[in-house]
Design a binder for this molecule. Structure first.
Ligand SMILES: NC(=O)C1=CN([C@@H]2O[C@H](COP(=O)(O)OP(=O)(O)OC[C@H]3O[C@@H](n4cnc5c(N)ncnc54)[C@H](O)[C@@H]3O)[C@@H](O)[C@H]2O)C=CC1
Ligand SMILES: CC(=O)C(=O)O
Ligand SMILES: [Mg+2]
Length: 471
């Protein structure tokens, strides 16, 4: 399955009117399997026409096939090919904008020196004023070291930037949070902790992103201890929250109780461990984790200390074996691991009404189109299929709530509240196999998550801002 969701290419071509017609070109594109989704005339003369033709293709290989077909068509000259996704990234995706225009010397003297000095002094005398007089109260740092970027692995800090810029866009659009992408050129845990601590004054929260397990656990724990602003590893907790929301609704469809289900989860890394913990907290009793070397079980000394802990809290029957072995009889499959590792044969071994959440990005553990005939509820992490289980449903609203009540942390109660809030957006009447989780564009999500998270923060005593509504 393709990693290039809805890949569209725009082909600028010139064709000689007396040699080839546009319908010949459209036929050639169609025969190569492309779908024309847009046409623009760039210029036209008596002999030639230049057009931009936007074509939907499956992936980059397919794009090459379509373009080669056109190159071989008599009378056609391909001028250039652009990819809409690349075009959207030129120069990056976000920018900083001032809230106030500086039009006069007087404005200048207020926003900058000398006027600004009085503001600085006020904050120096009372650092909590940073919340009212600087960007701190609405600003989150999105921090990555580029070591576990989507499912692409350790691609480094430069290559991680487009994802972090994308997260920043989503923070802003979905919850009005100003987020800065910060990719660090170090994999050293101590150094990352030091750097994040040192930049924290500018931020109201820290969103850790795509930092590989097991280092991500220590980094998050240490930062939580040392900072008085929320520190949240999105791949762990954002994913876990949305997964739980989706599962609560999917279980209603299959009419199974959370305490009775058998869950098999692949990828015992950042997302997998957090998903397991939230499922245990929500009442799941039988969950088996599978990583590259099979089911995590007791009686083995793993190099990864988190796996030893994992073995102790999961797999009640202490089953060993491969994914194919342990999937038999499972009610739910959750994948936060790698592309294509779940086969149709595996799905066929699952219990009645299987629920399959294949959440690896950008390519899931099983192609949803291949799995669909055999599953009752299918979800992926992708935007181009129904039931997108993706942490984007959580992180904007959870930080909005945490920032608005000035929470010192995002605790378990706040996460569970967020999961229930997301699940609640889908009403009983709306709930169906293809609608277990609200859309990313459903504007109720962030607001409902914000409210639920704030309530939980006040209830658990971690909110610093006095708010009559939540007392
Ligand atoms: N849909 C969503 O919202 C999210 C999806 N993900 C996806 O989940 C995957 C894992 O992400 P992280 O936990 O952040 O990475 P990670 O690097 O912390 O963990 C990945 C784990 O998967 C295991 N793994 C790799 N290949 C495997 C295989 N063939 N069989 C079994 N286990 C295998 C690795 O050994 C590792 O333990 C990625 O594809 C990522 O895109 C992660 C976070 C959110
Ligand atoms: C969605 C996300 O955060 C990931 O795949 O890493
Ligand atoms: Mg991520």
């Amino acid at each position: 399955m393709s990693s290039g969701a809805n890949m569209h290419i725009t082909i600028r071509l010139q064709f000689a009117k007396n040699v080839v017609s546009f319908s010949d070109i459209a036929t050639a594109i169609g025969q190569a399997g492309g779908d024309i989704v847009g046409i623009d005339v760039i210029s036209s003369s008596k002999t030639h026409t230049v057009r931009d033709i936007t074509v939907s293709v499956l992936d980059s290989k397919h794009a090459d096939v379509v373009v080669d077909t056109l190159r071989k068509t008599a009378g056609v000259k391909v001028i250039h090919v652009s990819d809409r996704t690349f075009l959207m990234h030129i120069g990056g995706k976000i920018e900083v904008k001032s809230k106030i225009p500086i039009k006069t010397r007087d404005d200048l003297a207020r926003v900058y020196t000398p006027g600004v000095a009085r503001i600085c002094t006020a904050i120096a005398e009372d650092p909590t004023k940073a919340y009212s007089l600087t960007i701190k109260r609405n600003t989150v740092a999105v921090i990555s070291d580029g070591t576990a970027v989507l499912g692409l692995g350790d691609i480094g800090p430069y290559a991680a930037m487009p994802v972090m810029e994308g997260k920043a866009m989503l923070f802003k659009q979905l919850a009005g949070v100003d987020a800065f992408p910060i990719c660090l050129d170090t994999k050293d845990t101590d150094e990352i902790v030091q750097i994040v601590k040192a930049i924290a004054p500018a931020f109201g929260g820290i969103n850790l992103e795509d930092i590989a397990a097991p280092r991500c656990f220590e980094i998050e724990e240490r930062l939580k201890q040392e900072l008085d602003i929320p520190v949240f590893h999105d791949d762990q907790h954002g994913t876990a929250v949305v997964l739980l929301a989706g599962l609560l609704n999917a279980l209603k469809i299959v009419d199974k109780k959370i305490e009775d289900i058998k869950v098999v989860l692949t990828g015992i890394g950042a997302a997998g461990i957090a998903c397991t913990k939230i499922l245990l907290a929500a009442g799941v009793k039988n969950i088996i984790g599978v990583d590259r070397q099979g089911a995590i079980h007791r009686g083995v000394q793993y190099d990864n200390p988190y796996w030893n802990e994992y073995a102790n809290m999961t797999n009640p029957e202490n089953i060993s074996g491969t994914l194919s072995d342990v999937i038999a009889g499972a009610d739910v499959f959750i994948g936060v691991s790698a592309p294509g590792i779940l086969t149709v044969e595996d799905v066929k071994k699952m219990a009645k009404d299987p629920i399959v959440f294949a959440m690896a990005n950008p390519v899931p553990e099983i192609d949803p189109e291949v799995a669909e005939p055999y599953v009752r509820v299918m979800a992926t992490g992708r935007s181009d299929y129904p039931n997108q289980i993706n942490n984007v449903l959580c992180f904007p609203g959870i930080f909005r709530g945490a920032l608005d009540c000035r929470a010192i942390e995002i605790n378990e109660e706040m996460k569970l509240a967020a999961a229930e809030a997301i699940a609640s957006v889908v009403t009983e009447e709306e709930l169906s196999e293809t609608y277990i989780i609200p859309s990313v564009f459903n504007n109720k999500v962030a607001e409902r998550v914000r409210e639920a998270v704030m309530k939980a923060a006040y209830k658990t005593g971690v909110a610093r801002k006095d708010d009559m509504m939540f007392r």
